[in-house]
Design a protein around this ligand. Sequence first.
Ligand SMILES: Cc1ncc(COP(=O)(O)O)c(C=O)c1O
Length: 413
Amino acid sequence: MTRQKFDRGGKEGMNFDFDRPVDRRGTYSLKWDLYKGRDVIPLWVADMDFPVSPAIVEALHAHVDHGIFGYTLVPDTLVDVVVARMAARYGWEIDPEWVVWLPGLVTGINVACRAVGDPGNEVVTTVPIYPPFLSAPKHAARRIITVPLVERDGCWHLDPETLEGVLTPATRLLLLCSPHNPTGRVFTRQELLSLAAICERHDLVICSDEIHCELVLDEEKEHLPTAVLSPEIEKRTITLMAPSKTFNIPGLGCSFAIIAERELRRKFVAAMAGIVPHVNALGYTAALAAYRDGRSWHEAILEYLRKNRDCVEALVGEMPGLSMHHVEATYLAWIDTRQTGLDNAVATFEEAGAGLSDGRYFGTEGFVRLNFGCPRPLLREALQRMNAAISAQEGSRKGPSRSTDDNGADRWD
Ligand SMILES: Cc1ncc(COP(=O)(O)O)c(C=O)c1O
């Protein structure tokens, strides 16, 4: 019944009102409570300010009305839906046994670091990167090696040559984020193949965090799971996925790893023993509803995020000293502030009423990350505040040569 009601795709999917603000204050929202009592629009941690698909709300209501919340097994239907989704989206034939359920994706990154190699070994990753990639190896008593992405032709790229150059016999694991947080890159087959070839040559396991795989905004681009590159690569890959970013349910904690190779899977599951809890009952319910019945909402949110992305790219491009590359996926913009002359861009923007993430936590100074997963009027207001802060700073550096009006005031309305 639910399926017929919600999973029709097409036109009615465009009727969600994502412009409508929802007040999240007083709901213990991590994103909003950081600035409790202050007029700061939060554009930091990666959740979105949109109500979820009605299909998810209805499924959760039905579950809550049942009134019992005991230990819960993964629903067979959810496993079937995940298996079918991998086949339909990526042509990836997976065995249901390969799927390991997790209460969070960061848990999966940390478990992977413990499961592969031994204490004292090295884990390699690229920077900038989602901060838990930098802390997880340390939690597992591994050494972290980082290799910067390179900027070329107006785009962020992996740098396989440099990466191969830093590997040692003690390097056991590559942590890859694909699509990439924070740059929003969707890596091409060729880029992934170059990286995978290095992992084969040096016998590295790949932990591929693909949590943003269903948030590809560019219509001509497609996500390619690392494990799909070849059967050999599949054997050395731990793929991490979740419905949480796409369907805006990160507070419900339901993620999964796909691990084809039996021994690697055994080690992963062994590293979870006794410390990783089960997925909670409502998390499974929401995940199933999202994947099975959330198609029209998903299509609509991609459409909306595409326009938010365009808005951010246009307006950031007009702000003196700021620049960014095109965001192919995710709802995150990685903004270069190095030409602004600001010592602390995050503090300046926060003072002006826009709360962003500091690039330094992503392993790269001089950048900020902006989460554009919010109603567009709020996004515009935040960008306007950033522009005012930057223009004031420019004005005090160079005199009154540029004002907000120079940008065309109506673009900011
Ligand atoms: C690349 C990446 N991995 C993992 C996570 C978080 O996953 P979880 O909340 O399931 O631990 C995020 C959240 O922003 C992310 O961007």
